[in-house]
Structures are given as C-alpha cells and as structure tokens.
Design a protein around this ligand. Structure first.
Ligand code: AHR
Length: 493
C-alpha cells in the first residue's frame, strides 16, 4: 500500500537559524548513565581519558553534541557540588535518593564533567540545586567555575588543579520545581527564582544564560507565571519537560510492543507540536520580540526499566520506534526554532532514550544515535519553512499525520529530513522546491524490517543508516518514496 504527501519548501529572508543547541543531550546521576556508563574510573581496563570511556568520547564527538546538561534531573536538587571536588579519596558519599538508592562516592564531580565538555567541544549546562541548596552554595559554584581570581572559590579551584575558569554560560535554576525539585507552586518558585538569579554573577565576559525550571507537559499556567512574574533582565530561558510513552502507569516493554502501543507512543510524541506551539503563544504574549528561549531540556521515550540488578534504573532498549520519536520531535523543534533554542534528549548513556548503551567493555550505538547524527546537518543552518499536506496513519479509528518534515540551508547546501511513521504503508512525497536552486540530491535512510528492531551487544549494527536512492528530481519537483517507519535525510547542492 502507498499513500501520497505533498510539501512546499520555501526560502524566507527572515527565517530563524536553527540553534545547534536544539541537539543537546542530558546526563544525570541515574542508573548507569554516569557511573558504569560514561565514567569507569581512571584504573579501569576499559580505555579511558581521566576515567571517561574513550569509545563514548569518540562517538559523542562524531555526533557533534553541542551541549550537555548535568548533574540532573531530580538528582540536581539533592547535589552539593562541594562534595565532588578535591582529592577523590577524601570526598563524602551521597545516596541517590531519587534513583535506586545507591550510594555514590562523588568521584565524578565538577572538574570531571567540565573537562569532559571541553574534550567534547560541548557547552556545559549545569542544573544547580535550588530545592535543598542555598543561594550561597549556588553563587559559590558560579565563582568556582567562572572567576579568574583571586577569590575564595577561584583560589580553591586552582588548589585543586585548574588554573583557568571554564566559563560556564548555561545554568538551570533548579529542576522540576513543581515536583522533585521542591513541590513548589509556580508563584512561589518564580519568587525564589528572582532571588537566586539576583545573585548569579557571570564573573567573566560571557553573559549568563539562566533557565527557569519549567512546565510539566501541558501546565500552561506554569509558563504564564514564569513569563509574567520574572523580570526579563533576570531570565534567558524557560524550560519544558515532556516524555513519550504508551501510558504513564503502563509503559510496557521497550522492545516487545504491539501496534497499538506503537500508535499510542507516537500520539504522545507528536503532541510535542501542540505543546511547543501553545507554550510559545504564552511566551509571545509577554515577550513578543522572542528574547526568552523555550528550553525543552528533557524529552524522549520512556518505557519499563529492564532490570538486570546492576543499578539499572531507567535502563531500556532503543528500537525503530525511538527513531520515529527522535525524527519527528527534532523536525518539530527545527520548525519552531524561533522560540525553541535549546533541547536535551534524555539521556545520553544507558538511561531512557539513550544514544549509547554499554555492557562491560562493549558499547553500541542506538537507532536514536543515528537519527541525531543524520540530523546534525541542521545545526546552525537557516530554517526553510515548509507547508505539508500529509496522509493519515490510521489505527483503530484514530489517526495521526504519517509524514513529518523540516528543512534548512547552510553554505548553499540544503537538507531535508523526512519521517514516515506509518507502520505498514509507504508514502510517496512530492516536494515543490521552486524557491531553491538545487541541482542534485544524495540521501541516507534509517529503517529496518521490523519496528521492534534494535541494536544489541550480539548484533550491534542491525539498525544503521544506508544510502538511499528512491527519489527523483525533475524541474524543481522532488519525488521521494518513504518506506514504512523510516527516516530519510536528503542533501541537495
Ligand atoms: O530523566 C529522568 C527524570 O525525569 C529526571 O530526573 C526528572 O527531571 C524527570 O522527571
């Protein structure tokens, strides 16, 4: 069976640039993301740089990770950064109360994280403790990482081996303040935010980017209060968290899912379009010039944990379903790039919709890794707005748009990313490219024989991008035949 879609790709002078920071990642002290994931320690047999796995560093560099959020998540509002500096053998332990109740030794701390970001050439995004911290603790962290010195915190940093400041620009003022960050009301948190932001000194030439803890999914009241009650000279971004799942109380397996569960997950994922549209409308009301960014700093698929008894909190596999979530969500972010300027996929290694899974010395790349890699061509490219008429993907009397698309141009190279979420039908897409001057295309596709297909430690390359040739360009009209559940990225010159 085959459906038809039509798309017009336009070139508009005042279109926004797609911030590379939409392609950010998130690494929390949770399960085996940091300990047993990124960080194996300096004495490990796994090749590492200062305790961080070399294979992970290589894979993330190839992904062009623009920013990395750390240390949480819910963990952030329990974390006391001073416990993670100085000689490792002297550091106190911390019990990860939100995730698994495991006792951590604080061996991965501020220096480890910020040095890793330097190696990755990624901007660090520190989520600081508001829920159980103090203004002084927060202000001290800023001075420690950003002040040249002399000052009490800069001197301490130098004593612990780092002469120059790291210059951290992106700061989260707590996390999920409505829930694990302190169960606050929006009004109470907005006041608290104002107090914390007042004492956030940049200590350097870089202007700080301060991000208010944001709404859960469709809590529009939260965004309204942040925009109304926080003076605009104190804020650069407002966050939003939204995950994709079958049902929150019945998430189901990450690999053994049926068509109904797939459809529900896609309903939940495609809702991101409505969420960013409605939160943006509120932001437009208070900030018509679009100065404050919508920061979707937690998104991704969430299924049942695959418990192997080894600190496995939120460990799950990653299939073609996740590739569909990634492709459609990133298209939404690209198309809303005038307001969505930072986003963070949850989470980088071994947690939720991970791009990397590890098992002892082995490491595999997931279908989501490949989507993020195929899409990194959009980073800092100018958006080409699109008009889309999509066929429906029908299931049990309900329907979703089958096709999702975004396009951009940089250095006279055009990129078009297309997704067909239909579980069984091909879609023939006709794209009107009259506004562009493209002579020819090359393309890659990510698909597989089953939606449930994934990469495993036994079969690590089962799902990987391949060259794609099922398209024709004729006089400004491009016809592409998208296989069922596929992601295609075309490059035109
Ligand atoms: O990403 C997992 C958790 O989801 C985070 O700790 C929290 O912020 C969110 O609820």
């Amino acid at each position: 069976a085959q459906e038809k879609a039509s798309i017009t790709v336009r070139k508009v002078d005042d279109a926004p640039v797609i911030s590379k920071h939409i392609y950010g990642h998130f690494a929390e002290h949770l399960g085996r993301c940091i300990y047993g994931g990124f960080y194996v320690g300096e004495t490990s047999n796994v090749p590492n740089t200062d305790g961080v796995r070399d294979d992970i560093i290589k894979a993330l560099k190839e992904l062009k990770v623009p920013n990395l959020r750390w240390p949480g998540g819910c963990f952030a509002d329990t974390y006391h950064w001073k416990d993670g500096i100085g000689p490792k053998e002297d550091r106190p332990t911390i019990v990860n109360t939100w995730w698994g109740g495991v006792t951590e030794d604080n061996s991965f701390g501020t220096h480890d994280f910020l040095n890793l970001c330097e190696v990755l050439d990624a901007e660090p995004y520190l989520a600081a403790n508001v829920g159980s911290g103090t203004v002084r603790e927060f202000a001290d962290w800023l001075q420690y990482v950003n002040h040249v010195g002399p000052s009490p915190m800069a001197d301490l940093r130098k004593k612990y081996g780092r002469e120059t400041p790291w210059g951290v620009k992106y700061w989260g003022v707590g996390n999920e303040a409505w829930g694990c960050g302190g169960n606050m009301t929006a009004e109470y948190y907005a006041n608290l935010y104002r107090k914390y932001a007042t004492f956030m000194t940049s200590w350097g030439e870089r202007h700080l980017f301060r991000i208010a803890s944001g709404a859960n999914v469709d809590n529009y009241h939260w965004t309204e209060v942040m925009m109304k009650n926080i003076p605009q000279n104190l804020i650069e971004g407002v966050a939003l968290h939204s995950y994709s799942f079958v049902e929150w109380d019945e998430k189901g397996s990450s690999v053994d899912f049926n068509k109904a569960q797939y459809f529900s997950t896609m309903q939940s994922a495609l809702r991101m379009e409505e969420l960013v549209t409605k939160h943006s409308v509120i932001m437009d009301k208070y900030d018509p010039e679009g100065k404050i960014a919508l920061v979707v700093d937690e998104w991704g698929g969430w299924y049942d944990t695959m418990d192997d008894g080894m600190n496995s909190a939120l460990y799950q596999q990653n299939t073609m379903r996740d590739a569909m979530i990634a492709g459609t969500t990133l298209n939404t972010f690209n198309n809303h790039s005038s307001r969505v300027r930072i986003a963070n996929l949850a989470q980088t290694v071994n947690v939720l919709q991970a791009v990397i899974l590890t098992k002892e010395e082995k490491m595999i790349l997931t279908p989501t890794y490949y989507v993020m890699k195929m899409y990194n061509v959009h980073q800092d490219a100018k958006l080409l707005p699109i008009q889309l008429i999509s066929p429906d993907y029908d299931f049990n009397g309900e329907s979703l748009p089958a096709v999702s698309v975004s396009a951009s141009e940089k250095d006279e190279v055009t990129h078009i990313s297309l997704v067909n979420i239909d579980a069984s039908k091909k879609v023939e897409v006709t794209l009107n490219l009259d506004d562009l001057n493209v002579k020819g295309f090359t393309a890659e596709v990510l698909t597989s024989s089953k939606l449930q297909d994934c990469n495993s430690f036994e079969n690590p390359e089962k799902v990987a991008p391949k060259e794609f040739k099922d398209f024709k360009l004729k006089k400004g009209s491009l016809t592409v035949t998208l296989p069922p559940f596929s992601v295609v990225v075309l490059e035109g010159k």
